[in-house]
Design a protein around this ligand. Structure first.
Ligand code: SF4
Length: 635
C-alpha cells in the first residue's frame, strides 16, 4: 500500500474489541481521553470519568502506578456499571508488570510501555549489548508478556503497546539511538510476541511531541506491519502538546496528517486542560476526515510522493517569499475599510517612536479590498489587492490576478511581481503552466474547493514539481464554520499537513464568520510553529497531567508561559511527574518537573540541576536557571 491522501482508504487493520467498542477495520475513529484525577482516588476518578463520558469519550484511561491503583479502577468500573455506564476503562501502566497483571483482570484494556515494561527505564546511559545479552532480555520480555497475554485472553481484555519517543529503553537506544527506527523496533518486538501467540486484541501507538518524528514512526510501523503481515489497529496521539491554541494546533497537524493518509483507528488529543475539553477537539478532527472524498486525478505520478520527505517543494525567492525565506503569514482584512495604527498593532507591529517594526509574529502580507490606508506602512508588510475589481490601494501594492486575468490581462514582463490565484485543475492547463514558466516573479495562491482539499492541494504541488515550476506557493484555505475550535482544528490539519511535507511558502486563512485579525494571525503563526517551518515563539512542552500529577499543572504552565513567552529561542517543558516527565520532555532546553507534593525539580536539558525546590519559588528559580545559562533576554 502506498500512503497518500488521494484515496480515502484506511490502512487495513483487524478488529479489536474493547468492552463494547470496536477499534479498527472500517469502524469510525474511536475518541478517547485520560482522567487526571489523583491515581487511586476512586471518588474523583468516578466523577471525572462520568464527565468525560457524557462529553462523548468512548474510552477512558487512568494512570496506574501499582496494584492498588489497578484495583481502584476496577472499583470505578463497578460504580459506573451500577449507573448503567459500560464505557471501557483502560489502565495506563508504567514500570510495573505486576500492576498490569492485576489491571488486566479488572478493566477492559491495559496500556503498557515497551520502554519500561521489563526493560530498564531510559537513563541515557550507553551500554553495548552482546547478542546473547540482547536475546536474554528479549526472552525476559516474552516471558512476562506471555503472562499478561494469558490474563488478557482469560478476561477478554485488550492490550495497547504504547511506545513513547521520550521513554525508549536503554537497550533499544543502545542499538538504534533515540530514533524513529528505535520506536518502531520497540513496538515490533512486542507485536511479534503477540503474533506468535495469535493474540489479536492489541492496539499500537508510537507517540512523540515532535510531529515529524511521530508521523515518521507511524508510517514506518505501518509499512513494517505490512511486511510482517500484521494488521493491528493504530492509536494516534501527540504527546506533551500543551494547551489552548498550541495544543490543539499541534495535535490537529500531527494526528490529522496521518488520518489524511488513512492511518489511525483511535485518537486522543492530549491537552494540558480538563480532559473534558479534549473530547470536542478530537471529535471535530475525526469528523473532518470522515467526510472527505477520494481524489481522482490522473495527472500525477503519486509515486513521487513520500510522506517521510519533509522538504518536497523547493521554490525560488520572490521578494520576501520562497527560497530560504521563512514561510509567510498572510492576513485577510478584506472586511475592514481602514488600515490605521490600531490595525497595524493587530497585525503584529509595534511603533518604536520613529517607525513601525515587526514583532516575531507580524503578518508579512495583508489582503485588502476597498481600504483606506491612513498610516505609514512598515517596510516589510506587503499589501495585496484584487487586480480586476479593486483600485490600487497604495504605491507598491501587489496585484492578485485570477487564472484568466493571469493569461490575458496581467503584465507579461518577467520583472513584474504579481500574485495569481490558481487551483489544482488550473495546473492541468498548458497555458497556465507556460505562463508560470515565463513569470518568475509570480507568487501562486493555491486555492481549493475540493471535499478533500488537503489531497487536492498536494496534487497541485506534485504537478508543479513535475512541470519543474518553482514559483513560491501560498496555501490558501477558506472555512465557513463559526465555531473557533472547528476552524482551528480543520485549518491546522489541512495546511499544517502540507507544510510538514515541505509544501507551501505561506499560509492564508479566511473565514467570513471569524474575522478577528489578531486571532487569525495567532492561529497562522501557531500552524507555522507546530509544522516547524517558522519558529516565532517560545515552544512549550507540557504533559496533559494524569493521576501521577501532584500540582495544578494548568496554572503553573500559564505562569511559566506569562514569564517566558518572549524567549522565542527556547523550548521549555512543564511536566507532571518525575517518573515519566524527564524522559517525555524530549529535547526541551529547560524543564519544570513535579517531584513530590509541593516539590519541584528543574532541568537544564536532560540533567536535573536544581532538586527538591519548593513549588512556591520554583518558577522564579527556573528563570534564575535560564539567566545563569545566559539564555535569558529582557522582555
Ligand atoms: S509526565 Fe505527566 S502525563 Fe506523563 S505520567 Fe507524568 S504526570 Fe502523567
Amino acid at each position: 500500500m502506498i500512503f497518500t491522501p488521494f484515496s480515502i482508504k484506511r490502512f487495513p487493520t483487524h478488529e479489536v474489541r474493547v468492552g463494547n467498542i470496536t477499534i479498527g477495520v472500517d469502524s469510525d475513529i474511536v475518541i478517547q481521553t485520560m482522567c487526571n484525577t489523583p491515581a487511586g482516588n476512586i471518588e474523583a476518578g468516578y466523577k471525572q470519568s462520568k464527565e468525560v463520558i457524557s462529553a462523548g469519550a468512548q474510552m477512558v484511561r487512568f494512570a496506574v502506578r501499582n496494584r492498588a491503583d489497578a484495583e481502584s479502577i476496577g472499583k470505578i468500573k463497578e460504580l459506573l456499571l451500577k449507573d448503567n455506564i459500560n464505557t471501557p476503562l483502560v489502565a495506563d501502566v508504567h514500570f510495573s508488570s505486576q500492576a498490569a497483571f492485576v489491571a488486566a483482570k479488572l478493566v477492559d484494556k491495559v496500556r503498557i510501555n515497551p520502554g519500561n515494561f521489563i526493560d530498564k527505564r531510559a537513563t541515557f546511559d550507553t551500554k553495548t549489548y552482546t547478542e546473547l545479552e540482547w536475546k536474554e532480555e528479549l526472552n525476559k520480555i516474552e516471558l512476562s508478556l506471555n503472562e499478561l497475554i494469558d490474563i488478557c485472553v482469560a478476561h477478554d481484555t485488550a492490550l495497547r503497546i504504547g511506545v513513547n519517543h521520550g521513554s525508549l529503553s536503554d537497550r533499544i537506544m543502545s542499538k538504534y539511538g533515540n530514533t524513529t527506527e528505535g520506536m518502531v523496533e520497540s513496538a515490533m518486538e512486542f507485536l511479534r510476541i503477540c503474533k506468535k501467540r495469535v493474540f489479536q486484541n492489541v492496539v499500537i501507538s508510537l507517540k512523540s511531541s515532535n510531529i515529524r518524528i511521530m508521523n515518521s514512526a507511524y508510517f514506518m510501523l505501518a509499512k513494517q506491519m505490512q511486511t510482517e503481515d500484521m494488521h493491528y489497529p493504530l492509536h494516534l496521539g501527540v504527546t506533551e502538546a500543551g494547551n489552548d491554541l498550541s495544543g490543539r494546533v499541534r495535535s490537529a497537524i500531527g494526528i490529522g496528517r496521518l488520518l489524511g493518509h488513512g492511518i489511525g483507528d483511535t485518537i486522543r488529543i492530549s491537552l494540558t486542560e480538563n480532559p473534558v475539553k479534549e473530547i470536542p477537539a478530537a471529535q471535530k478532527l475525526a469528523k473532518h476526515f470522515k467526510h472527505r472524498k477520494p481524489l481522482t486525478d490522473t495527472n500525477n505520478n503519486w509515486k513521487e510522493y513520500n510522506p517521510l520527505d519533509f522538504s518536497f517543494y523547493k521554490s525560488h525567492e520572490v521578494g520576501n517569499i520562497g527560497g530560504k525565506k521563512p514561510v509567510i503569514a498572510v492576513c485577510d482584512i478584506r472586511n475592514y475599510r481602514v488600515l490605521d495604527n490600531i490595525m497595524l498593532e493587530k497585525l503584529g507591529y509595534k511603533f518604536n517612536g520613529k517607525k513601525w517594526i515587526a514583532t516575531s509574529q507580524a503578518a508579512d502580507a495583508v489582503y485588502v479590498k476597498d481600504i483606506e490606508i491612513i498610516t505609514e506602512l512598515p517596510e516589510n508588510l506587503s499589501i495585496i489587492y484584487e487586480a480586476g475589481t479593486t483600485k490600487m490601494p497604495c504605491e507598491n501594492a501587489t496585484p492578485l490576478f485570477n487564472n484568466l486575468e493571469f493569461i490575458y490581462i496581467a503584465d507579461k514582463s518577467k520583472e513584474f511581481t504579481k500574485w495569481v490565484s490558481l487551483t489544482n485543475s488550473d495546473l492541468s492547463k498548458p497555458a497556465i503552466i507556460e505562463q508560470l514558466r515565463n513569470s518568475p516573479k509570480t507568487v501562486i495562491v493555491l486555492e481549493t474547493m475540493s471535499q478533500n482539499g488537503y489531497a487536492d492541494q498536494m496534487s497541485a504541488f506534485l504537478k508543479l514539481k513535475s512541470a519543474q515550476i518553482n514559483n513560491p506557493v501560498i496555501v490558501k484555505r477558506n472555512y465557513v464554520s463559526d465555531d473557533w475550535e472547528t476552524f482551528v482544528i480543520e485549518s491546522s490539519a489541512d495546511t499544517g499537513s502540507l507544510l510538514v511535507s515541505g509544501m507551501g511558502n505561506g499560509v492564508w486563512l479566511t473565514n467570513p464568520f471569524l474575522t478577528d485579525v489578531e486571532d487569525n494571525r495567532r492561529l497562522t503563526f501557531e500552524i507555522l510553529q507546530a509544522s516547524r517551518v517558522r519558529i516565532s515563539q517560545t515552544e512549550y512542552i507540557a504533559c496533559p497531567s494524569c493521576g501521577r500529577t501532584q500540582f495544578d499543572i494548568e496554572s503553573v504552565l500559564a505562569e511559566v508561559r506569562s514569564k517566558t513567552n518572549h524567549l522565542t529561542h527556547l523550548k521549555i517543558a512543564v511536566m507532571g511527574c518525575i517518573v515519566n516527565g524527564p524522559g517525555e520532555m524530549a529535547d526541551a532546553d529547560y524543564g519544570y518537573v513535579g517531584a513530590a507534593p509541593n516539590r519541584v525539580a528543574l532541568y537544564k536539558g536532560k540533567v536535573a540541576v536544581k532538586k527538591n525546590i519548593s513549588a512556591d519559588i520554583a518558577v522564579e528559580q527556573l528563570i534564575e536557571l535560564i539567566k545563569e545559562n545566559n539564555d535569558w533576554v529582557e522582555p
